[in-house]
Design a protein around this ligand. Structure first.
Ligand SMILES: Cc1cc2nc3c(=O)[nH]c(=O)nc-3n(C[C@H](O)[C@H](O)[C@H](O)COP(=O)(O)OP(=O)(O)OC[C@H]3O[C@@H](n4cnc5c(N)ncnc54)[C@H](O)[C@@H]3O)c2cc1C
Length: 439
């Protein structure tokens, strides 16, 4: 039986290609969310499977590097839609699968709120065929992904799936599609596994899928815990004193932390409903209409100013009523490169979700935050903040991450740079409904 190749499949594969047979999921894309990474994983697997079926490029022995949401989704999808001729070996640096969000009870994940106020952006379900989940605490989402993954592995993965955890050494030789590694083999049982033998080796693959995330979060010298580690920022301070905090950065991680520190009883899952009340849908309609006339990368500061006395009047009043009394927060926006001081306006550029920018605008108009554009050390001493109350949210050091993993990074660097420039891995679904078996 011959299969015809959908023309888009080759184009989709191109957007993920580092070298023939080596693909990377989302590493250099902006606006990365867990859901978007899963959509990308579906798109890549769909396109590669189509190439495999048409005989254009056989998947063969596949390595998936990283068992986060992207790596688990890619692995489950591969197992479900390829034949016995393919096998998957999964490598995870930590000692468990989906280690980043696991056990994280204080952060909330939503599949599509990043796109708010777009149509359907409040829909609670990811509605994905493989490893579906609904909004919830990050720990609950991780649990759902892991139990979904166990189902796929049990139904489709027998005999052709192996995994290594605790992979503390892994290097890809892109030219040869080879991986050197030292790790511990796992023996899977339902959603859990027991430890097998530790081993080191060099394996050659036909296909390598890089899903090892974005690298370490840059924390400066303050050792800010990772965004996904449990902490107590959103809880009232159980001492009579007011605490001073400094949050450095203005991406989503920083802006959410500012909200947690300045808004009383702040919850990401309820804030929209609480601020807009019964006007929410009407307001969303109006916002959609106004925003449709603006480019997606428009700085929203002026726009918020224009709607402040109409659409934002009630939420601003509501927010003013619930500012935390036990904290004082400085938002430090000078960023990494202190030689290029940032402007206050930059907070409202396309570096974070529209909802987070809106919340920060309202906090600014309520006088709930201070802004500092000074070098970090000066900002900290000026605001009289203790070192353990400094939160650096400066993004991830992806370049060093890639350099460590790719043995011959110089040979693949330009592909990663091109990916960053092109932003071509659109998280729009390329596969047709029903393509992936669900379980
Ligand atoms: C500050 C911050 C805030 C964020 N907020 C949100 C949010 O609110 N909502 C949202 O959807 N997303 C958010 N994200 C993004 C979110 O973290 C990612 O969308 C999600 O984790 C992507 O999944 P992934 O599988 O691509 O990468 P990861 O979750 O990073 O998984 C990569 C996996 O690869 C493993 N790995 C790394 N190196 C190696 C190696 N050498 N060998 C083997 N394995 C390796 C890691 O241990 C990890 O398990 C945020 C990110 C940051 C930094």
């Amino acid at each position: 039986m011959t299969f015809s190749l959908p023309p888009e499949a080759q184009d989709v594969v191109k957007t993920f290609t580092i070298k023939d047979g080596i693909y990377a999921i989302g590493v250099r894309e902006r606006g990365v969310t867990l859901y978007n990474q899963q959509v990308r994983a579906h798109n890549l697997v769909w396109a590669l499977s189509e190439l495999d079926r048409a005989g254009t490029r056989k998947l063969g022995r596949i390595a998936v590097i990283g068992a986060g949401a992207a790596g688990l989704t890619a692995t489950a999808a591969l197992l479900s839609c390829t034949t016995e001729e393919s096998s998957v070996m999964l490598f995870e640096k930590e000692w468990d699968l989906c280690p980043v969000q696991q056990g994280c009870d204080g952060r909330w994940l939503h599949p599509s709120l990043y796109a708010w106020p777009d149509w359907g952006s409040r829909a609670p379900s990811a509605s994905l065929p493989v490893l579906n989940w609904s909004e919830g605490r990050a720990s609950d989402v991780a649990r759902t992904l892991l139990s979904g993954f166990a189902n796929y592995r049990q139904i489709f993965g027998k005999q052709r799936f192996t995994a290594f955890v605790g992979v503390h050494h892994l290097q890809i030789k892109a030219e040869r599609k080879q991986i050197d590694f030292i790790g511990t083999n796992v023996v899977m049982k339902d959603a859990y596994f027991s430890q097998g033998d530790s081993e080191g080796g060099t394996e050659t693959f036909d296909t390598i899928i890089f899903a090892a995330g974005f690298g370490w979060e840059r924390t400066n010298k303050f050792k800010t815990p990772s965004y996904w580690r449990n902490e107590q920022l959103a809880q009232p301070n159980l001492s009579v004193d007011r605490s001073r905090y400094l949050v450095s950065g203005y991406g989503d991680g920083a802006l959410i932390d500012v909200c947690r520190l300045t808004i009383e009883r702040f919850r990401q899952d309820t804030i929209l409903y609480e601020l807009f009340g019964s006007d929410l849908e009407k307001t969303e309609d109006a916002l959609r209409q106004s925003l449709s006339g603006l480019a997606s990368d428009t700085n929203l500061l002026d726009f918020f100013g224009q709607i402040e006395e109409t659409l934002l009047r009630a939420p601003k009043a509501s927010l003013r009523n619930r500012l935390r009394k036990d904290s004082a927060v400085t938002l430090h926006i000078a960023g990494q490169d202190e030689k290029k001081p940032k402007d206050f306006r930059d907070i409202f550029g396309p570096t974070s979700s529209r909802l987070n920018r809106l919340l920060i605008y309202l906090l600014f108009r309520c006088g709930a935050i201070s802004i500092s554009r000074r070098p970090l050390a000066d900002a900290i001493s000026g605001a009289r903040v203790m070192p353990d109350h400094v939160l650096c949210r400066h993004g991830c050091d992806t370049e060093s991450h890639l350099e460590l993993i790719f043995d011959d990074y110089a040979n693949v660097k330009s592909e990663f740079t091109n990916m960053k420039k092109m932003q071509a891995q659109h998280p729009k679904r390329s596969w047709a409904p029903g393509y992936f078996p669900t379980c």
